[in-house]
Design a protein around this ligand. Structure first.
Ligand SMILES: *[C@@H]1O[C@H](CO)[C@@H](O)[C@H](O)[C@H]1NC(C)=O
Ligand SMILES: *[C@@H]1O[C@H](CO)[C@@H](O)[C@H](O)[C@H]1NC(C)=O
Length: 348
């Protein structure tokens, strides 16, 4: 065939394709970073993975630590200490989603090579939801032993030893598949907050309908610890994601990442969620949507034991945010004696 004929032949072929794709193209033109063609195939693989935990095996379940960051992991040395009691990684895995535009350095040690394919993230945008889902999907696929998925930021620190955290999550049931199904997710789910309705309207009147009526709309901290069952539910979801990924039309930030996860899980499996997070945050004196940022002068053994205090549902806090990078030095000073001390746990 001659080139002109070839060209028209291909144009002709691509016409139906264009029709098929155009609603999709139209609906995504508002995005600062386009979602998710390659994500979809990742998510599909993660939810259809046939790698199951052999119930006969004596392998211990693991915690997947998911680090979502757009800057260097300043507290890597503290986390290294936290993980060092388990040099062969029998109890945990690490996954890092780092904004590719911010040149995040590989901290080495247990973090070495644990970066997953990542995309740019923007504050108060659905890109943070995508990043968290990417972390969950990679961890689901990577190791069937991953049974809890704990999301951290670069500002998060541990409040206890790895052994303590591990026992806290898994102790309530022995290592069997049947009881593992009873594990609950630690995710904050709040149904009453002063500006909840404004945030519901952020994408426009009636836009969330019919998938998300207002009485199902929830808010909660972005930092959660999910069971494997819930991690799969989140990665599989397209119904709610279709709405939550829409851009906000209001001036005020809408923080979709604080709504998507609690709304979805409260709609599909509320009874298997504690409704509270394990990650302590201090909203006193918050500013522009940012919680209190701890400075080096505030770091002390008393602060650590204050932060550990149980939440209103009587679960301890195992992690905390938000700490400025300069806190590393005073935190390392009290790491061995206070933070990751294994034998006795200090509550104030
Ligand atoms: C991260 O750390 C490396 C050195 O370890 C440095 O070169 C780089 O500028 C840092 N990146 C940011 C975003 O601070
Ligand atoms: C929370 O932050 C406020 C300052 O905004 C501080 O005074 C208070 O001590 C902090 N609370 C805890 C438990 O750290």
């Amino acid at each position: 065939m001659s080139p002109p004929i070839l060209v028209s032949f291909f144009l002709f072929l691509s016409l139906p394709l264009l029709f098929l794709l155009s609603p999709h193209l139209l609906s995504t033109t508002h995005f600062s970073s386009s979602p998710d063609a390659d994500d979809l195939s990742l998510f599909r693989r993660a939810t259809t993975t046939t790698r199951h935990l052999s119930t006969a095996s004596n392998q211990k379940p693991k915690i997947a630590f998911l680090f979502l960051t757009n800057s260097n992991l300043s507290f890597a040395p503290l986390w290294q200490k936290f993980f060092s009691s388990d040099p062969n990684r029998h109890l945990f895995n690490i996954y890092i989603h780092a904004d590719p535009t911010s040149a995040v350095a590989d901290p080495g040690g247990v973090f070495h090579g644990r970066f997953i394919p990542s995309k740019k993230t923007y504050r108060s945008s659905p890109t943070l939801i995508s990043a968290a889902r990417r972390l969950l999907a990679n961890a689901l696929l990577d190791d069937p032993l991953n049974q809890y998925f704990a999301l951290m930021s670069q500002h998060c620190i541990p409040l206890f030893s790895l052994r303590f955290v591990y026992n806290y999550l898994f102790e309530r049931s022995p290592n069997s598949a049947a009881s593992r199904a009873n594990h609950r997710s630690f995710i904050e789910i709040i149904s009453h907050e002063s500006n909840l309705y404004e945030r519901y309207l952020a994408r426009g009147v009636d836009v969330m309908l019919p998938e998300v009526p207002y009485h199902h709309f929830r808010v909660g901290s972005q930092f959660f610890t999910l069971t494997r069952h819930h991690a799969k539910l989140v990665v599989k979801d397209q119904r709610l994601w279709k709405k939550f990924r829409l851009p906000s039309i209001t001036e005020d930030p809408s923080y979709p990442e604080e709504h998507y996860f609690p709304t979805l899980l409260s709609m599909v499996d509320r009874n298997c969620c504690t409704g509270s997070t394990l990650t302590r945050v201090n909203w006193t004196g918050s500013w522009n949507g940012h919680p209190h940022l701890y400075t080096p002068e505030e770091v002390s053994p008393e602060l650590i034991c204050n932060l550990r205090e149980p939440n209103s549902r009587n679960y301890l806090h195992l992690f905390a945010r938000k700490f400025s990078p300069e806190c590393l030095v005073p935190l390392m000073d009290i790491a061995d004696d206070v933070i990751i001390r294994d034998n006795e746990v200090v509550l104030c």
